[in-house]
Ligand binder design. Structure first.
Ligand code: ADP
Ligand code: GLC
Length: 490
């Protein structure tokens, strides 16, 4: 089975969120099952610099505003055996910084053309652009790659022949790639595709809607989110379409890349530890307190957060609960960046309580590992959360997740309620309502359990025992591919 994963971020070369972690790990896990999985990415500077020893596969004439022409290269994702195609189109992709927005955080005005090219090249590969390799399935991730199924359908209509099958994975329905109607004319799609049964969305063009409409199968990153997005509240205007396609929609929970996130081998943390020998975790806590300027103490719980600072993540609830957390003697460490007001508010809290609150604004892969390893609790109080990876990392590192019961958080964390403790299934702290009081009540449960050392250890052990390997998700994807692909011999 040959599968082309089409996406805009891949760890370790370019990452702004969990999508990159998934794109870096899933092809490796698929390969272990005998699947020939490759990646296709836009030639952003991080990919151009990071994919050494690349060979030219094809040269294409100018289109989508790539006046200097388009070259397709082939190389290998560093640290893996996974083949990666990169589209070099300097006019569209050679821009420093954020892949999606300029220095003032405004989305680039030509994003519709930048990401149309990504989907279009995917469809070209499916039609034989690389004479040595042609995918049976094109697997798009998020809106950036969501036009690939539309271009595949357009090619089928033009040739009358069935091409590659298509899958789209929704990592976050809130980001849809919606552009003014006039941009449709620049996408090189048949005019009939600008339709309510197609790419049109309330008079505009929606890349994600096109993907959801034309793909053979739709997956999202947890079973609960697969249900939630069919509802009015969480469907972001696409719930009707998703309900219509419910028989082709499946939630497949993300995994954890054991090569990157594993306390037994992690080179970024102060000391290694395992479920049967957690002594190293205390060293990680002390080292984290020292590194971030917190008072070195072990008597009270240390709450960590590693997150984009956006509305989605619900961190204003954490801010509101902070006085209570500090009053109870806890400590708080946050690594994140995003919303300017939230950055300011967390910075102010750190300035007011330097020994108890540490805030690092920015993006720091190494520090993220040390916070996950050194904290006692990892906070993810999201308003919505398609899957969430930091709570999975927390479980693996014995850092109990404190989460809202929503999306993938609901599927992966079991609250330390008395009956769950009695059944030995508790792994963290879960609250239901999206408000300050509910979060505060969960915090109180965390403090209460922390005071009962042997119960805490028991829950920690249970958390570290959880298995969220990519092998399980990869097997589920294989069965999706098998349902839709017509395997070819060449
Ligand atoms: P989302 O993709 O919605 O941001 P996830 O929990 O799926 O949420 O994934 C977030 C990923 O990004 C995790 O690997 C997390 O460790 C990482 N991350 C988020 N913010 C930062 C940051 N400021 N510095 C380093 N890593 C971060
Ligand atoms: C998105 C979601 C997050 C998910 C990640 C990887 O960014 O917000 O919940 O874990 O994609 O699938």
């Amino acid at each position: 089975m040959r599968v082309l994963h089409v996406c805009s971020e891949v760890y370790p070369l370019l990452k702004t969120g969990g999508l990159a972690d998934v794109a870096g790990a899933l092809p490796v896990a698929l390969a272990a099952l005998g699947c020939d999985a490759r990646l296709l990415v836009p030639g952003f500077p991080a990919f151009r610099d990071g994919i050494a020893d690349r060979t030219l596969v094809a040269e294409l004439p100018a289109r989508f505003g790539a006046a200097a022409g388009i070259k397709l290269y082939h190389g290998v994702l560093p640290g893996t055996d996974v083949a990666i195609y990169m589209i070099d189109a300097p006019d569209l992709y050679h821009r420093p910084g954020d892949p999606y927005a300029d220095a003032s955080k405004h989305p680039y005005a030509d994003n519709h053309r930048r990401f149309a090219l990504l989907g279009w090249v995917a469809a070209q590969l499916a039609q034989g652009l690389d004479t040595f390799w042609r995918p049976d399935v094109v697997h798009s991730h998020d809106w950036h790659a969501a036009l690939a199924p539309a271009y595949l359908r357009a090619a089928e209509l033009a040739t009358g022949q069935r091409g590659a099958a298509s899958v789209i994975t929704v990592h976050n329905l809130a980001y849809q790639g919606v552009f003014p109607a006039y941009s449709f004319g620049e996408l090189d799609l048949p005019p009939s595709f600008f339709d309510v049964n197609g790419a049109e969305f309330y008079g505009q063009v929606s890349f994600l809607k096109a993907g959801l409409y034309y793909a053979n199968k739709i997956t999202t990153v947890s079973p609960t989110y697969a249900n939630e997005i069919q509802s009015d509240e969480q469907g972001c205007g696409l719930n009707g379409l998703l309900r219509d396609r419910a028989h082709d929609l499946l939630g497949i929970l993300n995994g954890v890349d054991d090569a990157i996130w594993n306390p037994a081998t992690d080179p970024r943390i102060a000391a290694r530890f395992t479920p049967s020998s957690v002594a190293g975790k205390a060293k990680c806590k002390t080292a984290l307190q020292q590194e971030t300027g917190l008072a070195v103490q072990n008597s009270a719980p240390l709450f960590g957060v590693v997150s984009r600072l956006t509305e989605q993540k619900g961190l204003h609830l954490m801010l509101a609960a902070l006085p209570d957390l500090l009053h109870r003697g806890g400590q708080f460490v946050l690594l994140g960046s995003g919303d300017a007001d939230m950055e300011r508010a967390f910075r102010a809290a750190a300035a007011a309580h330097p020994e108890q609150v540490a805030v690092v604004i920015g993006y720091d892969e190494d520090l993220s590992h040390r916070i996950i390893a050194g904290s006692d609790v990892i906070g993810v109080p999201s308003r919505f959360e398609p899957c969430g990876l930091t709570q999975l990392y927390g479980l693996k590192y014995g850092t109990l997740p404190l989460v809202r019961r929503v999306g993938g958080l609901a599927d992966t964390v079991v609250d330390s309620a008395l009956e769950n403790l009695a059944d030995d299934i508790a792994t963290g702290f879960v609250f239901d309502r999206f408000d300050d009081d509910s979060l505060r009540a969960a915090l109180r449960r965390a403090f209460a359990l922390f005071a009962r050392k042997s119960d805490w250890k028991q829950v920690q052990k249970q958390a570290m025992k959880q298995q969220f390997g990519w092998d399980r998700a990869a097997a589920q994807f294989m069965s999706v591919y098998q349902q839709i692909a017509t395997p070819r011999s060449a």
